[in-house]
Design a protein around this ligand. Structure first.
Ligand code: SF4
Length: 372
C-alpha cells in the first residue's frame, strides 16, 4: 500500500498502474493476485542491477519475494549452487512453462558460438535461447542486457549482444540504466501482477511510464542551464555552487529516464547529477559506452522545464510550497520541485535570459563566480 501510494505521488506521467487505479485499488489487486514466477539469469554483468534491487525499500526485497513475486531462480540470492542450482532452474522452467517472467541481467557473448561463457557446461547463448522460448515475456534489466554496456564496448572481443538481438521474435521489455532504478522494475512487475498486461512501450521497448521524459526537463540544475551558468571544472566554485553540468559532458539533455524524480537508495539527491557528476546517458542506445564521458552533445529539441521554476520569476516570489505544487501538477515529484526551489540562484551575479525554445544550443553566458 505504501509503495502504491508513493507511485501515485511520484510516478512520471503515463504510469498506467496509477492512471487507472487509486493506491488502495492497486494494492488490493496486487494482494489478491497470484504471485508470478520470476526466473532471473546473469550473463556478462557486474550484478549492479541486482544490487540496485536490494536497496529498494518500498517494497524491500523480502516483501517483494515473499508477497509479490515468486523468485524461483536467482543465482546471487539463492542458497543452492552447482548441481542443486541447475536442478532448481530446470524445475522452475518446467513448472511454469509459458507463464514465468524471465529477467536477464548482462550481455550475451555470441562470437564463436557463444563459447566465451558457459553455464553448467552449456554456452550461455544456448541457455538463454532455450529458457527464453518458454517465458511469458522477457525483461532485459540494465543497459548491458538492453543493448550495450562495458562488455560490448569496442572492440567487443566476445561479440556481446543485448537480449533482443538473441531472442528475435520474443517480447523483450528493455529497462536500461547502469544500474536501472529498481522502482522501474518493480512498477513493471506490479502492473503485470495487478493489471495482467504489459505497459505501453516506446520505440526502444522501454516502458513509457519511466522513459518518456528527458532528465533535462526536470533537472534541479535546469534553472542554471536556462541562465547560461555552467560548471566548467570539477571542484571549482561553479561546480560547488551546483551550476549546470552541460560543459562537463552532461548527457541529460538527450537522456530519457526519471533519475531526478526517483533517485537511488530512497535518498533524496542520490543520483549522478545530484552528487555533481554529469549524466553519461546510460539509458540511451547510442550514448553510454559509445560517446566519451566528458564530451558534450548537441541538443536537438530543448523543451521548457517540466518542474523547475522559471529563472525570470522575481527573486523571493517562489516559495517552496508553490514550487512543489507546480512540480506536482506537471507530473514530476514534489521532491524535485523542492530541491529546485532550494537551489534557485539567490540573485547574486544572476544572469537572466529567456527560456530555451525549440532547437537550441545552450546560451554561452557562463558567469565567473569570482566576478572575473
Ligand atoms: Fe541538468 Fe545536465 Fe540539463 Fe544541465 S545539461 S540542466 S545538469 S540535465
Amino acid at each position: 500500500m505504501e509503495f502504491c501510494a508513493m507511485l501515485v505521488v511520484t510516478a512520471p506521467v503515463g504510469l498506467a498502474l496509477t492512471n487507472k487505479a487509486s493506491a488502495s485499488q492497486a494494492a488490493k489487486n496486487i494482494g489478491s493476485a497470484r504471485r508470478p514466477s520470476v526466473i532471473w539469469l546473469h550473463f556478462q554483468d557486474c550484478t549492479g542491477c541486482t544490487e540496485s534491487l536490494l536497496h529498494a525499500s518500498r517494497p524491500d526485497i523480502a516483501d517483494l519475494i515473499f508477497n509479490i513475486i515468486s523468485l524461483d531462480y536467482h543465482e546471487t540470492l539463492m542458497v543452492a549452487s552447482g548441481h542443486q542450482a541447475d536442478a532448481a532452474l530446470r524445475q522452475a522452467v518446467n513448472d511454469n512453462n509459458g507463464k514465468f517472467i524471465l529477467v536477464v541481467e548482462g550481455l550475451i557473448p555470441t562470437k564463436d558460438k557463444g563459447q566465451y561463457m558457459k553455464l553448467a557446461g552449456q554456452p550461455a547463448l544456448e541457455v538463454l535461447r532455450a529458457i527464453g522460448s518458454k517465458a511469458a515475456f522477457v525483461v532485459a534489466i540494465g543497459s548491458c542486457a538492453s543493448w550495450s554496456g562495458v562488455p560490448s564496448a569496442d572492440p567487443n572481443p566476445t561479440g556481446a549482444q543485448g537480449v533482443d538481438s538473441v531472442l528475435a521474435g520474443k517480447t523483450v521489455v528493455n529497462l536500461p540504466g547502469c544500474p536501472p532504478n529498481s522502482y522501474n522494475f518493480l512498477s513493471l512487475v506490479l502492473e503485470y501482477t495487478a493489471m495482467h498486461r504489459m505497459p505501453a512501450l516506446d520505440k526502444y521497448n522501454r516502458p513509457k511510464f519511466a522513459y518518456d521524459r528527458l532528465i533535462h526537463d526536470h533537472c534541479p540544475r535546469r534553472g542554471h542551464f536556462d541562465a547560461g551558468r555552467f560548471a566548467t571544472t570539477f571542484g571549482d566554485e561553479s561546480h560547488r555552487q551546483g551550476w549546470c553540468l552541460y560543459k562537463l559532458g552532461c548527457k541529460g539533455s538527450v537522456t530519457h529516464v526519471p533519475c531526478s524524480t526517483l533517485c537511488f537508495n530512497d535518498i533524496p539527491d542520490v543520483w549522478p547529477i545530484g552528487i555533481g557528476a554529469p549524466c553519461v546517458g546510460c539509458t540511451e542506445k547510442d550514448i553510454a559506452f559509445r560517446v566519451p564521458m566528458f564530451q558534450t552533445v548537441e541538443i536537438h529539441a530543448a523543451t521548457p522545464s517540466d518542474s523547475i521554476p522559471s529563472i525570470n520569476t522575481p527573486i523571493g516570489s517562489i516559495g517552496i510550497a508553490a514550487a512543489a505544487t507546480a512540480g506536482a501538477i506537471a507530473g514530476a515529484t514534489v521532491t524535485a520541485a523542492v530541491i529546485a526551489s532550494r537551489r534557485l540562484p539567490d540573485g547574486k551575479g544572476m544572469h537572466v535570459v529567456e527560456k530555451s525554445q525549440g532547437t537550441a544550443k545552450p546560451k554561452d553566458k557562463n558567469i565567473d563566480p569570482e566576478g572575473r
